[in-house]
Unconditional design. Structure first.
Length: 184
């Protein structure tokens, strides 16, 4: 997850990871009430991850990205650092002021990360269950995410399916290629 790509390397994510009963119980607070159908998927998993996105990419956050890139040797010359900053600001400003969807754009980057996790888990033979069916506000409160500039977006449970998981044996139902693909 740490190495996932994002547009302009903005990396607007934070992850809450539970690998023990206490941690999974805290994440399960987001499955109370109308999301109770997902409680077992959280509590019975080996690992559970709450995917969180920045709400706003402020100047301090942007400076932290730039400083990390510089420390990691991403800029052969000092002018490249300033160019990267200007490019990142340009794309962010388009989303912030023209399209007026900065939080949504940051969440899109988080979903790129989640997709990478899901593909990686499948490659390793690990089952994964992505869930938007959670009380995200409750998770924000449980982990004090908003005070840190983040908000919960989705939850992913990882592990190995139960032998009595009826859904695992059902055939997948996806649209045919002809329906979803257009050749250019």
């Amino acid at each position: 997850m740490r190495l996932s790509p994002s547009s302009t390397n903005i990396q607007p994510w934070h992850f809450v990871i539970a690998d023990d009963e206490a941690g999974k119980a805290r994440i399960a607070t987001g499955t109370e009430g109308m999301y109770e159908f997902n409680t077992a998927k959280v509590k019975d998993a080996s690992h559970v991850i709450v995917f969180c996105s920045r709400v706003y990419a402020d100047d301090e956050f942007l400076d932290n990205i730039l400083d990390k890139e510089d420390a990691d040797g991403r800029f052969a010359e000092p002018k490249f650092k300033e160019q990267m900053h200007q490019v990142r600001k340009m794309f962010l400003d388009i989303r912030r002021y023209e399209q007026k969807d900065e939080p949504h754009w940051l969440i899109e980057q988080l979903y790129l990360n989640m997709g990478a996790l899901l593909l990686g888990a499948a490659t390793l033979g690990i089952d994964a269950v992505p869930m938007e069916g959670a009380d995200l506000k409750a998770l924000d409160e449980e982990f004090d995410l908003r005070s840190k500039g983040y908000t919960a977006v989705a939850v992913v449970s990882l592990g190995y399916r139960s032998e009595d998981d009826f859904n695992a044996e059902l055939p997948k139902s996806r649209f045919d290629e002809e329906t979803i693909i257009t050749k250019a």
